[in-house]
Design a protein around this ligand. Structure first.
Ligand SMILES: [Zn+2]
Ligand SMILES: [Zn+2]
Length: 465
């Protein structure tokens, strides 16, 4: 969207107030609500003013004064020319006639032409878009400002349909994490007794909030905003589209759309490297199916395997597993007949965590956990870790909870697999948490704390979650 803030245009505001302020406002709003689309049609069309010198006839006029440019353009709305700036030689100025004024913009070129954030193939396109934007923003400024106050979003078939579906399916939300205190004498029941098997964990549905993944989009043909129902004007980059669910809205409306993105499976191409919340929402699950399936397989046939999670499987086979998940989703075959070596499955699970765009312990909370691990007092350390866990996004929290309960069970087979909370901490520390800004030094410095965080969560998973 070309905003008047980008096209520096104080006049625009003055004009709008003069023309449409006061008691005429309501009328204008009513009128405009029907016709933003029409306004785009009415906007002045660009008219090239070529150099008047007989042999020249170019759009570029060289160094001419503002006054002379004004003279050439006067009387024709939409007339434009390019001149070299007198104040800053070597730079180009676009002079454009709009609202009975000549507007001057610094014109840039980097393979495409631009004066603001939108980039255009030709100056003609740029001017067409600028005229539409100026015209609509002038004629309908007040309307645009209020455009978002009465959204149709809730009433749209798109969301209400989804909502019905969701309410139906998602009657049970995330279990609220228990508030716990860490006292020395607290009786900790054995996780073996408390949770005898994975399938005992109630199958919760996913009601996680997810923000939309809006990207600037150029629409072909007329499009209307799915938030405010108004026309999305302009020649290019008229609005934004959510690349996860396909919702189309104005850029200004995108800031008001609630975090109710329901990713469309057809748009989510991959399983690995896909954002955790996006993936579980797309599949309407509590946790990524990769995690559930790998853990199920490992618990079935790998718990006594020496060096489980430490011994690495063949990387080519691990890559195969990744491809299978990306291709077949929950139908991926990771059984013993497909991959006899359990270390391949364990390796694939680690790879899944390592490849997440946002680690399970999120970048935001990374330093909170590192600081927690540095506390000298064991109780306050656990309390700080618990605080951190409560702040994790729900999909991350549920995934970590499930993984940690599994790793705890792995440690119960230590006499066979030789894995305990400490060496699992070494393996999973850097897999589950990565610093927001990766540099060799931080990574090295934090390794001890990363290990300790994971070790402590495994050791105390039953009280922490
Ligand atoms: Zn979305
Ligand atoms: Zn809108």
């Amino acid at each position: 969207m070309l905003h008047s803030t980008l096209y520096f245009l104080p006049l625009n505001c003055v004009l709008t107030t003069l023309l449409f302020g006061g008691k005429h406002g309501a009328f204008i709003n009513m009128h405009v609500s029907l016709t933003v689309y029409q306004l785009q049609q009415e906007a002045p069309r660009p008219k090239r003013i070529t150099c008047p010198q007989e042999v020249c006839a170019a759009l570029f006029h060289g160094v001419i004064s503002r006054d002379y440019a004004d003279e050439l353009l006067v009387g024709t709305e939409g007339a434009y020319l390019i001149r070299e700036s007198q104040r800053q030689p070597g730079t180009c100025t676009l002079a454009l006639r709009f609202g009975h004024q000549t507007l001057n913009y610094r014109l840039f070129y980097d393979g495409k032409h631009f004066v603001g954030e939108k980039r255009f193939e030709s100056v003609h396109d740029l001017v067409t878009d600028a005229l539409i934007t100026l015209y609509i923003e002038t004629k309908a400024a007040e309307y645009i400002a209020k455009m978002t106050t009465n959204p149709i979003y809730e009433h749209l078939g798109y969301t209400s349909l989804l909502k019905d579906k969701m309410v139906h399916r998602l009657s049970r939300g995330r279990t609220e994490p228990r508030r716990v205190t860490f006292q020395r004498d607290e009786k900790i029941s054995s996780p073996l007794v408390r949770r005898s098997a994975l399938k005992d964990t109630p199958e919760k549905q996913c009601s996680y909030e997810k923000i939309h993944n809006f990207k600037v989009h150029t629409f072909r043909g007329p499009h209307w905003c799915e938030y405010c129902a108004n026309f999305m004007w302009g020649l290019i980059a008229q609005g934004v589209r959510c690349s996860d669910c396909g919702l189309n809205v104005h850029k200004q409306c995108s800031k008001l759309v609630p975090s109710d993105c329901q990713p469309d499976l057809r748009r989510i191409k991959k399983v690995f490297s896909c954002d955790l919340t996006t993936l579980v929402k797309a599949h309407n699950a509590t946790r990524p199916m990769v995690v559930d399936m790998c853990i199920r397989e490992i618990e079935l046939r790998g718990m006594k395997s020496e060096g489980l999670y430490r011994v690495s499987g063949f990387s080519e086979h691990i890559e195969d597993v990744r491809l299978a998940f990306d291709r077949d989703g929950e139908k991926a075959d990771i059984s013993a007949s497909a991959y006899a070596d359990i270390n391949i499955i364990a390796g694939a699970l680690k790879l899944y965590f390592r490849d997440l765009p946002i680690p399970v312990i999120t970048f935001d909370l990374y330093s909170k956990f590192i600081q927690a691990a540095k506390l000298p007092n064991a109780e306050s350390r656990l309390e700080a870790i618990h605080e951190g866990l409560l702040q994790l996004p729900p999909a991350h929290y549920e995934t970590l909870r499930y993984l940690m309960a599994h790793l705890k069970r792995v440690t119960m087979f230590e006499k066979y697999n030789l894995m305990n909370a400490e060496n699992l901490g070494i393996v999973f520390g850097p897999t589950l948490m990565q610093p927001p800004e990766q540099n060799a030094l931080t990574t090295l410095n934090d390794m001890r704390q990363q290990k300790l965080v994971v070790q402590l969560i495994i050791e105390h998973e039953d009280v922490l979650f």
